[in-house]
Design a protein around this ligand. Structure first.
Ligand SMILES: Cc1cc2nc3c(=O)[nH]c(=O)nc-3n(C[C@H](O)[C@H](O)[C@H](O)COP(=O)(O)OP(=O)(O)OC[C@H]3O[C@@H](n4cnc5c(N)ncnc54)[C@H](O)[C@@H]3O)c2cc1C
Length: 378
Protein backbone atom coordinates (compact mmCIF):
# COMPACT_ATOMS: atom_id res chain seq x y z
CA UNK A 1 0.00 0.00 0.00
CA UNK A 2 2.74 2.44 -0.99
CA UNK A 3 2.07 5.50 -3.20
CA UNK A 4 4.24 8.30 -4.50
CA UNK A 5 1.74 10.80 -3.16
CA UNK A 6 -1.15 10.74 -0.71
CA UNK A 7 -3.62 13.62 -0.43
CA UNK A 8 -5.33 13.74 2.97
CA UNK A 9 -8.68 15.52 2.52
CA UNK A 10 -10.08 15.45 -1.04
CA UNK A 11 -12.33 18.52 -0.76
CA UNK A 12 -11.89 21.84 -2.55
CA UNK A 13 -8.09 21.97 -2.48
CA UNK A 14 -7.28 18.27 -2.17
CA UNK A 15 -9.37 17.06 -5.11
CA UNK A 16 -7.66 19.63 -7.35
CA UNK A 17 -4.24 18.54 -6.04
CA UNK A 18 -5.05 14.90 -6.82
CA UNK A 19 -5.99 15.92 -10.37
CA UNK A 20 -2.69 17.73 -10.99
CA UNK A 21 -0.60 14.88 -9.55
CA UNK A 22 -2.44 12.20 -11.54
CA UNK A 23 -2.07 14.27 -14.70
CA UNK A 24 1.69 14.25 -14.19
CA UNK A 25 1.55 10.44 -14.16
CA UNK A 26 2.16 10.16 -10.41
CA UNK A 27 0.76 7.28 -8.35
CA UNK A 28 -1.66 9.13 -6.10
CA UNK A 29 -4.14 8.14 -3.44
CA UNK A 30 -6.73 10.61 -2.16
CA UNK A 31 -8.26 9.88 1.25
CA UNK A 32 -11.40 11.62 2.46
CA UNK A 33 -13.43 11.28 5.65
CA UNK A 34 -16.66 11.57 3.59
CA UNK A 35 -17.71 11.34 -0.09
CA UNK A 36 -16.83 14.68 -1.75
CA UNK A 37 -18.56 16.84 -2.73
CA UNK A 38 -20.52 16.64 0.53
CA UNK A 39 -22.18 18.89 3.13
CA UNK A 40 -19.91 18.23 6.14
CA UNK A 41 -17.12 20.71 5.39
CA UNK A 42 -16.74 24.05 3.59
CA UNK A 43 -17.76 23.33 0.00
CA UNK A 44 -21.55 23.05 -0.26
CA UNK A 45 -24.37 25.47 -1.02
CA UNK A 46 -24.19 25.53 -4.82
CA UNK A 47 -22.22 28.71 -5.54
CA UNK A 48 -18.96 30.57 -4.83
CA UNK A 49 -17.89 34.00 -6.08
CA UNK A 50 -14.78 34.33 -8.19
CA UNK A 51 -13.41 37.88 -8.34
CA UNK A 52 -10.04 39.05 -9.72
CA UNK A 53 -9.94 42.74 -8.68
CA UNK A 54 -9.45 41.69 -5.10
CA UNK A 55 -10.70 43.64 -2.11
CA UNK A 56 -8.72 41.45 0.31
CA UNK A 57 -5.38 42.54 -1.20
CA UNK A 58 -3.59 43.19 -4.49
CA UNK A 59 -1.16 40.31 -3.79
CA UNK A 60 -4.02 37.85 -4.48
CA UNK A 61 -4.57 39.02 -8.08
CA UNK A 62 -1.95 36.89 -9.94
CA UNK A 63 -3.21 33.93 -7.94
CA UNK A 64 -6.85 34.65 -8.98
CA UNK A 65 -5.82 35.05 -12.62
CA UNK A 66 -3.96 31.73 -12.61
CA UNK A 67 -6.94 30.08 -10.87
CA UNK A 68 -9.25 31.40 -13.59
CA UNK A 69 -7.04 29.96 -16.36
CA UNK A 70 -7.11 26.57 -14.64
CA UNK A 71 -10.91 26.69 -14.16
CA UNK A 72 -11.20 27.37 -17.89
CA UNK A 73 -9.01 24.33 -18.61
CA UNK A 74 -11.26 22.23 -16.39
CA UNK A 75 -14.37 23.67 -18.08
CA UNK A 76 -12.96 22.56 -21.45
CA UNK A 77 -12.44 19.01 -20.11
CA UNK A 78 -15.77 18.46 -18.36
CA UNK A 79 -19.32 18.27 -19.71
CA UNK A 80 -20.49 19.86 -16.41
CA UNK A 81 -21.12 23.61 -16.26
CA UNK A 82 -18.74 24.93 -13.59
CA UNK A 83 -18.70 28.73 -14.19
CA UNK A 84 -21.26 31.44 -14.95
CA UNK A 85 -19.99 34.86 -15.99
CA UNK A 86 -22.53 37.02 -14.18
CA UNK A 87 -20.03 39.74 -13.21
CA UNK A 88 -19.55 40.74 -9.57
CA UNK A 89 -20.49 44.08 -7.99
CA UNK A 90 -18.12 45.09 -5.15
CA UNK A 91 -19.71 47.67 -2.85
CA UNK A 92 -18.18 49.82 -0.11
CA UNK A 93 -17.26 53.33 0.93
CA UNK A 94 -14.82 55.11 -1.38
CA UNK A 95 -12.37 55.59 1.52
CA UNK A 96 -12.67 51.95 2.68
CA UNK A 97 -9.77 49.50 2.29
CA UNK A 98 -11.88 46.98 0.34
CA UNK A 99 -12.92 49.37 -2.45
CA UNK A 100 -9.42 50.87 -2.54
CA UNK A 101 -7.90 47.40 -3.02
CA UNK A 102 -10.44 46.53 -5.73
CA UNK A 103 -9.57 49.71 -7.68
CA UNK A 104 -5.82 49.31 -7.15
CA UNK A 105 -5.96 45.65 -8.27
CA UNK A 106 -7.82 46.61 -11.44
CA UNK A 107 -5.39 49.44 -12.20
CA UNK A 108 -2.22 47.41 -11.53
CA UNK A 109 -3.32 44.39 -13.54
CA UNK A 110 -5.41 46.22 -16.18
CA UNK A 111 -8.60 44.39 -15.27
CA UNK A 112 -11.92 45.69 -16.63
CA UNK A 113 -13.77 47.51 -13.81
CA UNK A 114 -16.59 50.08 -13.91
CA UNK A 115 -16.67 52.39 -10.87
CA UNK A 116 -20.28 53.55 -10.37
CA UNK A 117 -21.99 56.00 -8.02
CA UNK A 118 -24.87 54.71 -5.91
CA UNK A 119 -27.37 56.38 -8.28
CA UNK A 120 -25.76 54.66 -11.29
CA UNK A 121 -25.86 51.30 -9.53
CA UNK A 122 -29.54 51.72 -8.61
CA UNK A 123 -30.39 52.63 -12.17
CA UNK A 124 -28.48 49.71 -13.72
CA UNK A 125 -29.90 47.13 -11.25
CA UNK A 126 -33.38 48.24 -10.08
CA UNK A 127 -33.33 45.46 -7.46
CA UNK A 128 -30.73 47.48 -5.50
CA UNK A 129 -31.16 50.59 -3.31
CA UNK A 130 -27.68 51.85 -2.38
CA UNK A 131 -27.39 55.04 -0.30
CA UNK A 132 -25.28 57.88 -1.74
CA UNK A 133 -22.27 57.20 0.52
CA UNK A 134 -21.54 53.81 -1.11
CA UNK A 135 -19.71 53.12 -4.39
CA UNK A 136 -20.11 50.14 -6.70
CA UNK A 137 -17.17 48.57 -8.56
CA UNK A 138 -18.51 46.23 -11.22
CA UNK A 139 -16.14 43.60 -12.64
CA UNK A 140 -17.85 42.10 -15.70
CA UNK A 141 -15.43 39.20 -16.26
CA UNK A 142 -15.93 37.71 -12.79
CA UNK A 143 -18.83 35.51 -11.71
CA UNK A 144 -19.91 32.31 -10.04
CA UNK A 145 -18.27 28.91 -9.65
CA UNK A 146 -20.72 26.06 -9.15
CA UNK A 147 -18.82 24.60 -6.24
CA UNK A 148 -20.02 21.00 -6.09
CA UNK A 149 -19.81 20.73 -9.90
CA UNK A 150 -16.18 21.91 -9.78
CA UNK A 151 -15.24 19.27 -7.20
CA UNK A 152 -17.17 16.54 -9.05
CA UNK A 153 -15.41 17.54 -12.29
CA UNK A 154 -11.95 17.39 -10.66
CA UNK A 155 -12.88 14.06 -9.07
CA UNK A 156 -13.89 12.53 -12.41
CA UNK A 157 -10.84 13.92 -14.22
CA UNK A 158 -8.44 12.78 -11.47
CA UNK A 159 -9.83 9.23 -11.46
CA UNK A 160 -9.69 9.16 -15.27
CA UNK A 161 -6.01 10.14 -15.09
CA UNK A 162 -5.35 7.21 -12.74
CA UNK A 163 -5.71 8.64 -9.22
CA UNK A 164 -7.31 6.44 -6.54
CA UNK A 165 -9.90 7.83 -4.14
CA UNK A 166 -10.76 6.09 -0.87
CA UNK A 167 -14.01 7.40 0.62
CA UNK A 168 -15.18 7.44 4.24
CA UNK A 169 -11.53 7.04 5.26
CA UNK A 170 -10.75 9.45 8.05
CA UNK A 171 -7.02 9.76 8.67
CA UNK A 172 -6.32 9.45 12.38
CA UNK A 173 -2.53 9.28 12.40
CA UNK A 174 0.30 10.73 10.32
CA UNK A 175 3.80 9.45 11.15
CA UNK A 176 6.50 11.38 9.31
CA UNK A 177 10.20 10.57 9.49
CA UNK A 178 13.29 12.76 9.35
CA UNK A 179 15.11 13.07 6.04
CA UNK A 180 12.30 12.72 3.50
CA UNK A 181 11.71 9.05 4.35
CA UNK A 182 8.21 7.73 3.53
CA UNK A 183 5.31 8.99 5.66
CA UNK A 184 2.99 6.43 7.27
CA UNK A 185 -0.73 7.18 7.38
CA UNK A 186 -3.41 5.35 9.32
CA UNK A 187 -7.17 5.61 8.84
CA UNK A 188 -9.98 5.13 11.34
CA UNK A 189 -10.93 1.81 9.74
CA UNK A 190 -7.45 0.41 10.38
CA UNK A 191 -5.89 0.76 6.91
CA UNK A 192 -2.21 1.76 6.76
CA UNK A 193 -0.56 3.45 3.77
CA UNK A 194 2.86 4.92 3.07
CA UNK A 195 3.82 7.67 0.67
CA UNK A 196 6.96 9.44 -0.50
CA UNK A 197 5.17 12.78 -0.05
CA UNK A 198 1.89 13.93 1.42
CA UNK A 199 -0.51 16.87 1.05
CA UNK A 200 -2.65 17.76 4.06
CA UNK A 201 -5.79 19.66 2.96
CA UNK A 202 -8.39 18.84 5.60
CA UNK A 203 -10.25 22.17 5.79
CA UNK A 204 -11.83 22.83 9.18
CA UNK A 205 -10.02 19.83 10.69
CA UNK A 206 -6.52 21.23 10.00
CA UNK A 207 -5.80 22.49 13.52
CA UNK A 208 -6.60 19.11 15.04
CA UNK A 209 -4.71 16.89 12.54
CA UNK A 210 -1.62 19.07 12.17
CA UNK A 211 -0.91 18.88 15.91
CA UNK A 212 0.41 15.40 15.17
CA UNK A 213 3.07 17.04 13.02
CA UNK A 214 4.10 19.35 15.89
CA UNK A 215 2.37 22.29 14.23
CA UNK A 216 0.12 24.51 16.30
CA UNK A 217 -1.73 26.31 13.52
CA UNK A 218 -3.79 29.27 14.80
CA UNK A 219 -6.87 28.27 12.80
CA UNK A 220 -10.43 28.52 14.10
CA UNK A 221 -13.39 26.66 12.58
CA UNK A 222 -16.39 29.01 12.47
CA UNK A 223 -20.09 28.21 11.95
CA UNK A 224 -21.44 30.25 9.03
CA UNK A 225 -24.97 30.58 7.71
CA UNK A 226 -26.45 31.47 4.34
CA UNK A 227 -29.93 31.45 2.86
CA UNK A 228 -31.99 31.62 -0.31
CA UNK A 229 -34.90 34.09 -0.69
CA UNK A 230 -37.85 34.34 -3.08
CA UNK A 231 -36.83 36.81 -5.77
CA UNK A 232 -38.69 38.20 -8.76
CA UNK A 233 -36.89 36.67 -11.68
CA UNK A 234 -36.55 39.70 -13.94
CA UNK A 235 -34.85 41.68 -11.14
CA UNK A 236 -32.64 39.06 -9.54
CA UNK A 237 -32.01 36.17 -11.93
CA UNK A 238 -28.59 35.24 -13.28
CA UNK A 239 -29.26 36.98 -16.62
CA UNK A 240 -29.98 40.37 -15.07
CA UNK A 241 -28.31 40.51 -11.62
CA UNK A 242 -24.63 40.12 -10.66
CA UNK A 243 -22.90 38.33 -7.81
CA UNK A 244 -22.11 40.85 -5.07
CA UNK A 245 -19.69 41.54 -2.19
CA UNK A 246 -20.49 44.37 0.26
CA UNK A 247 -17.94 45.71 2.75
CA UNK A 248 -19.86 48.05 5.05
CA UNK A 249 -17.03 48.73 7.49
CA UNK A 250 -18.73 47.14 10.49
CA UNK A 251 -20.03 44.11 8.55
CA UNK A 252 -19.52 42.31 5.24
CA UNK A 253 -22.02 40.40 3.08
CA UNK A 254 -21.88 38.48 -0.20
CA UNK A 255 -24.45 36.89 -2.44
CA UNK A 256 -25.61 35.51 -5.74
CA UNK A 257 -28.38 36.10 -8.25
CA UNK A 258 -31.08 33.45 -8.47
CA UNK A 259 -29.40 30.55 -10.33
CA UNK A 260 -31.83 28.21 -12.10
CA UNK A 261 -34.71 29.67 -10.05
CA UNK A 262 -33.11 28.78 -6.67
CA UNK A 263 -33.73 32.28 -5.27
CA UNK A 264 -31.38 35.11 -4.31
CA UNK A 265 -28.65 33.72 -2.03
CA UNK A 266 -27.17 35.82 0.79
CA UNK A 267 -24.54 35.23 3.48
CA UNK A 268 -22.75 37.34 6.05
CA UNK A 269 -18.97 37.11 5.73
CA UNK A 270 -17.79 38.52 9.07
CA UNK A 271 -18.66 37.09 12.49
CA UNK A 272 -19.94 33.59 13.26
CA UNK A 273 -19.50 31.17 16.16
CA UNK A 274 -16.34 29.13 16.81
CA UNK A 275 -17.22 25.43 16.65
CA UNK A 276 -15.77 21.94 16.91
CA UNK A 277 -15.98 20.51 13.36
CA UNK A 278 -16.77 17.06 14.78
CA UNK A 279 -19.86 18.21 16.64
CA UNK A 280 -23.23 18.57 14.85
CA UNK A 281 -23.74 22.15 13.65
CA UNK A 282 -26.78 24.01 15.01
CA UNK A 283 -29.17 24.30 12.06
CA UNK A 284 -29.89 27.66 10.36
CA UNK A 285 -32.41 29.66 12.40
CA UNK A 286 -31.62 28.01 15.75
CA UNK A 287 -29.00 30.59 16.79
CA UNK A 288 -30.15 34.10 17.67
CA UNK A 289 -29.47 36.51 14.80
CA UNK A 290 -29.21 33.91 11.99
CA UNK A 291 -32.18 35.31 10.13
CA UNK A 292 -32.22 38.86 11.47
CA UNK A 293 -28.75 39.81 10.18
CA UNK A 294 -29.73 38.73 6.65
CA UNK A 295 -33.20 40.31 6.61
CA UNK A 296 -31.75 43.58 7.93
CA UNK A 297 -29.31 43.66 4.98
CA UNK A 298 -32.13 42.92 2.51
CA UNK A 299 -34.35 45.60 4.02
CA UNK A 300 -31.59 48.20 3.50
CA UNK A 301 -30.23 47.24 0.09
CA UNK A 302 -32.62 44.83 -1.70
CA UNK A 303 -36.12 45.54 -0.35
CA UNK A 304 -37.83 43.80 -3.26
CA UNK A 305 -36.41 40.39 -2.31
CA UNK A 306 -39.16 38.17 -0.90
CA UNK A 307 -39.54 35.58 1.84
CA UNK A 308 -36.95 33.14 3.17
CA UNK A 309 -36.97 29.85 1.23
CA UNK A 310 -34.21 27.85 2.93
CA UNK A 311 -31.14 28.41 5.11
CA UNK A 312 -28.05 26.27 5.70
CA UNK A 313 -24.86 26.20 7.73
CA UNK A 314 -21.27 25.70 6.58
CA UNK A 315 -17.77 26.22 8.04
CA UNK A 316 -15.01 28.76 7.55
CA UNK A 317 -11.49 28.04 8.83
CA UNK A 318 -10.11 31.41 9.93
CA UNK A 319 -6.48 32.42 10.39
CA UNK A 320 -5.74 35.53 12.53
CA UNK A 321 -4.85 37.63 9.43
CA UNK A 322 -7.45 35.94 7.16
CA UNK A 323 -4.68 34.98 4.72
CA UNK A 324 -4.16 31.34 3.72
CA UNK A 325 -1.56 28.78 4.79
CA UNK A 326 0.14 27.15 1.77
CA UNK A 327 3.58 25.85 2.58
CA UNK A 328 5.88 22.89 3.12
CA UNK A 329 6.20 21.64 6.68
CA UNK A 330 9.27 23.34 8.26
CA UNK A 331 10.80 20.00 9.38
CA UNK A 332 9.26 17.35 7.14
CA UNK A 333 9.87 18.76 3.66
CA UNK A 334 7.88 15.99 1.99
CA UNK A 335 4.63 17.24 3.58
CA UNK A 336 2.73 20.19 2.06
CA UNK A 337 -0.07 21.99 3.88
CA UNK A 338 -3.06 23.85 2.39
CA UNK A 339 -5.22 25.27 5.18
CA UNK A 340 -6.87 28.30 6.78
CA UNK A 341 -8.79 29.53 3.71
CA UNK A 342 -10.70 32.02 5.88
CA UNK A 343 -13.96 32.04 3.92
CA UNK A 344 -12.51 33.19 0.59
CA UNK A 345 -10.52 30.21 -0.69
CA UNK A 346 -12.71 28.36 -3.15
CA UNK A 347 -12.03 30.59 -6.18
CA UNK A 348 -8.32 29.72 -5.77
CA UNK A 349 -8.80 25.94 -5.37
CA UNK A 350 -7.61 25.17 -8.91
CA UNK A 351 -4.40 27.18 -8.39
CA UNK A 352 -3.89 25.80 -4.86
CA UNK A 353 -4.11 22.27 -6.29
CA UNK A 354 -1.42 23.12 -8.83
CA UNK A 355 0.79 24.83 -6.23
CA UNK A 356 0.75 22.04 -3.64
CA UNK A 357 1.32 19.43 -6.34
CA UNK A 358 4.38 21.50 -7.42
CA UNK A 359 5.57 21.70 -3.79
CA UNK A 360 5.53 17.93 -3.26
CA UNK A 361 7.02 17.08 -6.66
CA UNK A 362 9.57 19.91 -7.15
CA UNK A 363 9.84 21.57 -3.74
CA UNK A 364 8.90 24.93 -5.28
CA UNK A 365 6.23 26.69 -7.33
CA UNK A 366 6.14 29.62 -9.75
CA UNK A 367 3.54 31.84 -8.00
CA UNK A 368 4.67 33.88 -5.00
CA UNK A 369 3.27 32.06 -1.98
CA UNK A 370 5.34 33.95 0.63
CA UNK A 371 2.20 35.73 2.01
CA UNK A 372 0.88 32.27 2.93
CA UNK A 373 3.94 30.93 4.74
CA UNK A 374 3.77 29.11 8.06
CA UNK A 375 6.58 31.13 9.61
CA UNK A 376 4.47 34.32 9.77
CA UNK A 377 2.81 32.85 12.89
CA UNK A 378 6.07 32.30 14.76
C1 LIG B 1 -20.95 29.63 3.30
C2 LIG B 1 -19.63 29.77 2.59
C3 LIG B 1 -19.51 30.65 1.54
C4 LIG B 1 -18.29 30.79 0.89
N1 LIG B 1 -18.21 31.65 -0.18
C5 LIG B 1 -17.05 31.72 -0.87
C6 LIG B 1 -16.97 32.49 -2.07
O1 LIG B 1 -17.97 33.10 -2.48
N2 LIG B 1 -15.81 32.50 -2.76
C7 LIG B 1 -14.70 31.82 -2.33
O2 LIG B 1 -13.66 31.89 -2.98
N3 LIG B 1 -14.75 31.08 -1.20
C8 LIG B 1 -15.88 31.01 -0.47
N4 LIG B 1 -15.95 30.23 0.65
C9 LIG B 1 -14.74 29.57 1.16
C10 LIG B 1 -14.39 28.27 0.47
O3 LIG B 1 -15.54 27.51 0.21
C11 LIG B 1 -13.42 27.51 1.36
O4 LIG B 1 -12.29 28.37 1.61
C12 LIG B 1 -12.92 26.24 0.72
O5 LIG B 1 -14.00 25.42 0.34
C13 LIG B 1 -12.03 25.48 1.71
O6 LIG B 1 -11.53 24.33 1.06
P1 LIG B 1 -10.79 23.18 1.89
O7 LIG B 1 -10.26 22.22 0.88
O8 LIG B 1 -9.84 23.79 2.86
O9 LIG B 1 -11.96 22.51 2.75
P2 LIG B 1 -13.05 21.42 2.29
O10 LIG B 1 -13.54 21.70 0.93
O11 LIG B 1 -14.04 21.33 3.40
O12 LIG B 1 -12.22 20.07 2.20
C14 LIG B 1 -11.64 19.45 3.32
C15 LIG B 1 -11.82 17.95 3.12
O13 LIG B 1 -11.02 17.27 4.08
C16 LIG B 1 -11.75 16.12 4.51
N5 LIG B 1 -11.18 15.70 5.80
C17 LIG B 1 -11.21 16.38 6.97
N6 LIG B 1 -10.55 15.70 7.92
C18 LIG B 1 -10.08 14.57 7.34
C19 LIG B 1 -9.31 13.48 7.81
N7 LIG B 1 -8.84 13.42 9.08
N8 LIG B 1 -9.04 12.46 6.95
C20 LIG B 1 -9.49 12.49 5.65
N9 LIG B 1 -10.21 13.54 5.17
C21 LIG B 1 -10.50 14.56 5.99
C22 LIG B 1 -13.19 16.59 4.55
O14 LIG B 1 -14.10 15.51 4.49
C23 LIG B 1 -13.27 17.50 3.33
O15 LIG B 1 -13.74 16.81 2.20
C24 LIG B 1 -17.16 30.06 1.33
C25 LIG B 1 -17.30 29.15 2.39
C26 LIG B 1 -18.52 28.99 3.02
C27 LIG B 1 -18.63 28.03 4.16
Amino acid sequence: MHYQHIVIGAGSMGMAAGYFLANQGKEVLMLDAFNPPHEQGSHHGGTRLIRYAYGEGVEYVPFAIRASELWQTLQAETPREIFKQTGVLNVGRSDGVFVRNVCESAKTFELPLAVLTAAEVNEKWPGLTLPADLLGCFEPTSGILLVEECIAAYREAALKAGAELRLNSRVIRINPQQGNEPVTIETADGAVFTADAVIVSVGAWAGELLQQLDLKLPVTPIRKTFAWYEATNDLYDEQSFPGFAFDLGDSAYYGFPSVAGAGLKLGRHDGGLPINPDEPKQAFGTVKGDEEELTEFLRRFMPQVGALKEGKTCMYTMTPDEDFVIDLHPTYRNIAIAAGFSGHGFKFASAVGEIVSDLVTRGETTLDISPFSLDRFQ
